[in-house]
Ligand binder design. Structure first.
Ligand SMILES: *Cc1c(COP(=O)(O)O)cnc(C)c1O
Length: 433
């Protein structure tokens, strides 16, 4: 372990002083306890904080609606900032930058699970020979439900069509060699490999580039659920040649509760006239859209998958949130800070709580984002009680059945002092003097 850290408040404060991104915290509203004290918010893995400029942006759109009504869409006869018809365009561009994609490959629309279904409509086309889907056994329930209902939709059964990779007995993490072995075992029948970028329970990062390569060698499509990866770790979706990806934007992107979600389709699948897709009027040529022709003329980008006109009020916080990522200089400097915060929290936990807390998230920085999945191993303490005490002490974190407390120091708004104070609180709970 590095010796650049020590176990004092002074060290935390020093780290904050040296942090070039420390001022980004001021772009967010910090949550408060019932008696008005600022919380230690460590649950950005579940819902990111409010970017302050959202309020002004929201008011601007409310005013536009109030004053202009339908003219807010096109704004041709008024000098309009951000007309609604193209409101999503800069957002798509920023989102593409955040995911290592080309602008043509990324669009924000719908919710994550809706996008997952739309992607499977296009990319899961089972036939007699190829019909299996590989997922992980502990996949997020919504992903399970989406996959199993798609399998049934094609008249197949999960018993036949679902291939599941699990950690080995007694282990928490999924081994890459076990994914590889399953892909090889089922290579003649495998239609789709669908894995998360980061596993939501353990925080394990999957080697996405390698998985794409293996999946493609087997002749399968490879898609990712990046709910816990976007805004957390650097991604190179285009270069990795992932076929598709979906994600939500309310976790590390800070797009607000139920924020409009993201969707990636690799360039190689764009502009294919015979591709299978569910279509709507927002996917057709923008030049002729309002001529109301009934012949679909797809936009030559992933925008062709859009069904409905944009939900402006859920785009608004996205604009504010992505502007903060731009202020930060993108994901690379954020990840640099994040790695330091991860090493710092590792250090503090090892120094102070080695016999009380087990971190089930992988040790290696390559295999983890900012989430820590903590298991309480202190004698006579139940994890859920510890979680409740943390919440009562002004720490926002979350509890995942059966026995994990998840916390995530988010480099956009969490300080090193937050991390230090969190460990101090955890110590008073687990090692009361
Ligand atoms: C958060 C999350 C979801 C939530 O799906 P919604 O459609 O946004 O409600 C789904 N899958 C994963 C892996 C998640 O982490």
């Amino acid at each position: 372990m590095t010796n650049t850290f020590n176990n004092s408040l002074g060290c935390a404060q020093q780290l904050d002083q040296e942090d070039p991104l420390a001022s980004l915290r001021d772009e967010f509203e910090m949550t408060v306890t019932p008696n008005g004290e600022e919380e230690i918010y460590l649950v950005g893995n579940s819902l990111g904080l409010l970017p302050l400029s959202s309020r002004d942006y929201m008011n601007a759109e409310m005013n536009k609606w109030g004053r202009l009504g339908v003219r807010g869409h096109a704004g041709t006869d008024r000098d309009l900032d951000h007309p609604w018809a193209s409101y999503h365009e800069p957002i798509n561009k920023q989102m593409a930058a955040l995911t290592g994609a080309k602008r043509e490959e990324v669009v924000v629309m719908n919710g994550l699970t809706v996008n997952l279904h739309l992607m499977m409509v296009t990319f899961y086309r089972p036939n007699e020979k190829r019909y299996k889907i590989l997922i992980e056994g502990h996949a997020f329930p919504s992903d399970h439900f989406a996959v199993e209902s798609q399998i049934r939709h094609h008249g197949l059964s999960s018993e036949d069509a679902l291939v599941v990779v699990n950690p080995r007995p007694g282990e928490e993490l999924i081994r890459y060699e076990d994914i590889a072995a399953l892909i090889e075992e089922h290579q003649d029948e495998l239609a789709l490999v669908l894995l998360p970028g980061i596993q939501y329970y353990t925080g394990q990062v999957f080697p996405m580039a390698d998985i794409v390569e293996l999946g493609h060698q087997a002749g399968a499509i490879v898609g990712f659920d990046l709910a816990h990866a976007v805004g957390n770790i650097p991604l190179e979706l285009h270069d990795w040649s992932a076929d598709f990806a979906v994600w939500c934007n309310y976790k590390y992107v800070n797009g607000g509760p139920g924020a409009i979600a993201g969707c990636f389709v690799h360039e190689q699948h764009l502009n294919k006239p015979d591709i299978n897709r569910f279509e709507g009027w927002w996917g057709t040529n923008t030049e002729t859209r309002f001529e109301m022709e009934t012949v679909f003329d797809p936009i030559p980008t992933v925008d062709a998958w859009q069904l409905s006109n944009s939900s402006i009020f859920s785009m608004v916080p996205m604009r504010a949130a992505l502007n903060v990522f731009d202020l930060a200089g993108g994901i690379t400097p954020l990840r640099e800070k994040s790695e330091k915060q991860i090493r710092y929290l590792d250090f503090l936990l090892e120094e102070n709580l080695l016999d009380e807390i087990e971190v089930i998230t992988p040790k290696d920085l390559q295999e983890r984002g900012c989430q820590f999945s903590l298991r309480v191993i202190a004698e006579g303490k139940e994890g859920q009680d510890v979680f409740n005490e943390l919440e009562e002490s002004g720490v926002s974190c979350d509890w995942r059945y059966p026995d994990v407390i998840r916390i995530a120091p988010v480099p956009l708004y969490n300080s090193f002092t937050d991390i230090f104070r969190f460990v101090e609180i955890l110590k008073t709970i687990l090692r009361p003097e």
